[in-house]
Design a protein around this ligand. Structure first.
Ligand code: TYD
Length: 135
């Protein structure tokens, strides 16, 4: 079945509250429905910058605002939805074949991404028109 923007879900991660500082954790197939094969992060994002602007054929991801905040706009070819991420214990689960754009990064924000596959340029759809055609 093809995923829709309603399949893009905010996952609340475990958060161990402690006066020494809080702790969250993520385990493959426990808190997210895939094996983590890759981790990457966006940082030093200049004000006004946009990231993303593509969809993935097979890749699933969890996107977390590790620090600061930003918006993730998701699009399934029919419907668009905006998520504002600003807590390190919330992650946005991105299923396959969802167009995404990230913007409105706050100064000093860090976007952490847990990915179900290693980097593969062939998994990307970078043209919105092409995405609409195959959706
Ligand atoms: P891209 O996925 O287009 O960035 P974003 O979606 O965050 O705006 O990747 C930007 C560049 O980094 C592109 O040349 C591919 C490279 N890259 C890797 O080499 N490995 C990776 O794991 C990722 C995510 C990107």
């Amino acid at each position: 079945m093809k995923s829709t923007v309603d399949d893009c879900k905010i996952i609340e991660l475990p958060s161990i509250k402690d006066h020494r500082g809080n702790l969250s954790f993520i385990e493959s197939n426990e808190h997210i429905p895939f094996d983590i094969k890759r981790v990457y992060y966006l940082y030093d994002v200049p004000g006004g910058a946009e990231r993303g602007g593509h969809a993935h054929k097979e890749l699933q991801q969890l996107i977390i605002a590790m620090s600061g905040s930003f918006d993730v706009i998701v699009d399934d070819g029919k419907k668009r939805k905006k998520f504002h991420l600003n807590r390190s214990y919330y992650g946005l689960l991105m299923p396959t074949m969802i167009w995404r754009e990230l913007n409105n990064f706050s100064s000093g924000s860090v976007c952490l991404v847990l990915a179900s596959e290693k980097y593969d340029e062939n998994d990307y759809i970078r043209e919105y028109k092409e995405f609409r055609n195959v959706k």
